[in-house]
Design a protein around this ligand. Structure first.
Ligand code: FAD
Length: 507
């Protein structure tokens, strides 16, 4: 059986390893860190536990699929619940809206609170779903770099409905056209940030993201988000994947036998060499080329693409509870366009939108009794050398606390957050780059601000080196947990087509 190395134990690396092992390959994962999960890692501050990165789980069926492939009952190993309220939204003018997952209930709530006819909301969600139905299978579940993807009746049908995809309008223009009411436009515009994009530039096609949250639903895993990484690691071990932790890869070894080079193994940081038949990189594709293949030709145009946004995150252990908050909470900026202008200029605005996620609401073991673990995130630009993060953090921390005190408290009576923070850790884009090894601290690889973005992501294989494949948030079809899981599935399909090998279950 082919011997395959996977570089990185992020969610896509583990999904790829499980799939490849179940096809009968010998699979070894080389991970620089001490644990599996990559961005799904955990941070412990005193008695408080936090998920380092993702806080919102959508499309958990792609996780279940891996257990099912291994012949296991997903719910015996990984359990999650659907949230009834997906997010609690707050604006400075006092408007509050609980967004129910169920589209009818959400539309009804919007009508009550904002006076927008429920029908308008339902039509917008249905239009998002239509865009997903027309394009999702082709653009998110298949390689875009294979001719069979394009020669299908589905693509033919999508072409006849091209006008429905809103490719020539920005997401914001689509929402202004369809929703009109400013609070609601802002609420829907925010979905662009789910893949690190800017609603004032990203194509209207992205309105399908609202459908993921309000049609497909938002979920919380038992044990918090890091439990996803642990569950996949356990599954990978059960099916016979071999893991090497604290084992950074320093180089992908290639051998030129004939016209093209071929990946033949790895050189590890401790200088050991491991010879294998194929290599899959789950490491950020930019760093894979820059650090592991310094002498090989690189797809420079693809690697130079604009990055997605990063984040400034405050992990706060809070010693009391704030009953007015839910699991996911948004405190909107009064100047959303200004917030994105600042991000484009590489800095932070004075009044950023604040996202507060509290996983101890559904996983009480993550905070001591009576306390809460607050993951407080604002959008930040990807890292550039000009930024002065210590100053930006100091200034923004005060602004964030002031805004939350004001919006959670009442006139002249702050909410009492400042004194309640008893543990703190802060990540900025440079920390995110260093901790998660993602280029410039981008959360979702390249941005989707351009309507050609889908075509400009790195493919799931190397065009220059045979036997080298890619999966993860920095390559096709993009970042975010569901797409990373799909990238592993696409990569495995691409490998099977490019290098067929009789598959059988592992013994
Ligand atoms: P990664 O998690 O990036 O892991 C790559 C692995 O490769 C790491 O473990 C790293 O140590 C390893 N590695 C790197 N270099 C080497 C080397 N030389 N040798 C060996 N190993 C190496 N997604 C959502 O769906 N919902 C959210 O709410 C959400 N919020 C987010 C918030 C934050 C703050 C961040 C950072 C991300 C968020 N995302 C969210 C995005 C999501 O976390 C990522 O898209 C996804 O986890 C990326 O997984 P991956 O498989 O690409 O690998």
């Amino acid at each position: 059986a082919p011997r395959i190395a996977v570089i990185g134990a992020g969610i896509a690396g583990m999904a790829a390893a499980i799939r490849l092992r179940l096809q009968g390959n010998h699979v070894e994962v080389f991970e620089a860190g001490a644990t599996a999960g990559g961005k799904l890692g955990e941070l412990v501050l005193g008695e408080y536990r936090f998920g380092i990165g993702p806080s919102l789980l959508t499309m958990p069926e792609y996780i279940d699929e891996l257990f099912a492939l291994a012949g296991e009952m997903p719910s015996e190993h990984f359990r999650y619940q659907r949230l009834d309220t997906v997010c609690r939204y707050a604006w400075e003018d006092g408007t509050r809206l609980d967004a129910r997952a169920d589209p009818q209930a959400f539309a009804h709530e919007v009508e009550q609170v904002l006076g927008v006819p429920a029908q308008r909301v339902l039509k917008t969600l249905a239009h998002g779903e239509e865009k997903y139905r027309l394009t999702g299978h082709t653009f998110l579940e298949k390689s875009l770099h294979s001719s069979d993807t394009w020669l299908t009746p589905e693509v033919g049908h999508a072409l006849t409905r091209l006008h429905r995809l809103d490719l020539t309008r920005t997401l914001h223009q689509v929402h202004q056209r369809d929703l009109k009411e400013p609070h609601l436009v802002q609420l829907f515009d925010r979905f662009a940030t789910y893949n690190g994009s800017n609603p004032y530039r990203a194509p209207g096609l992205l309105s399908m993201i609202a459908h993921f949250e309000h049609g497909a639903g938002a979920f919380v895993p038992e044990g918090g988000m890091p439990a996803i990484g642990r569950a996949l690691f356990d599954l990978a071990e059960r099916v016979g994947v071999i893991f090497h932790f604290n084992t950074a890869v320093a180089e992908i070894l290639t051998h030129r036998d004939g016209r093209r080079p071929r990946a033949v193994g790895l050189r590890l940081q401790d200088e050991r060499e491991v010879l294998l038949d194929r290599v899959v990189s789950n490491m950020d594709v930019f760093f894979t080329h820059q650090r592991l293949l310094p002498d090989a030709p690189a797809p420079t145009r693809v690697l130079a693409r604009e990055k997605s946004t990063s984040a400034l995150i405050f992990y706060w252990g809070v010693d009391r509870s704030f009953p007015e908050l839910d699991v996911h909470n948004i405190f909107f900026s009064d100047d959303y366009a200004g917030e994105f202008e600042a991000l484009e200029a590489g800095t932070l605005c004075d009044d950023p939108t604040i996202y507060v996620s509290i996983s101890s609401r559904y996983d009480p073991s993550a905070a001591p009794e009576g306390g809460e673990n607050w993951f407080v995130m604002i959008n930040a630009p990807f890292a550039t050398p000009e930024q002065d993060w210590p100053t930006l953090i100091e200034r923004t921390r005060e602004r964030v606390i002031d805004k939350l005190e004001r919006m959670l408290g009442s006139e002249g009576s702050p909410a009492g957050l400042r004194e309640a923070i008893v543990e703190e850790c802060v990540f900025d884009p440079t920390t995110i780059e260093a901790r998660t090894l993602s280029h410039l601290g981008a959360l979702y690889g390249t941005s989707s601000n351009d309507r050609m973005a889908a075509f400009m992501r790195h493919p799931n294989y190397s065009r220059h080196i045979d036997g080298l494949y890619f999966c993860g948030g920095s390559v096709h079809p993009g970042g975010g947990l569901p797409l990373c899981l799909l990238s592993a599935r696409i990569m495995t399909d691409v490998m099977a087509r490019r290098e067929p090998w009789p598959t059988h279950a592992p013994s």
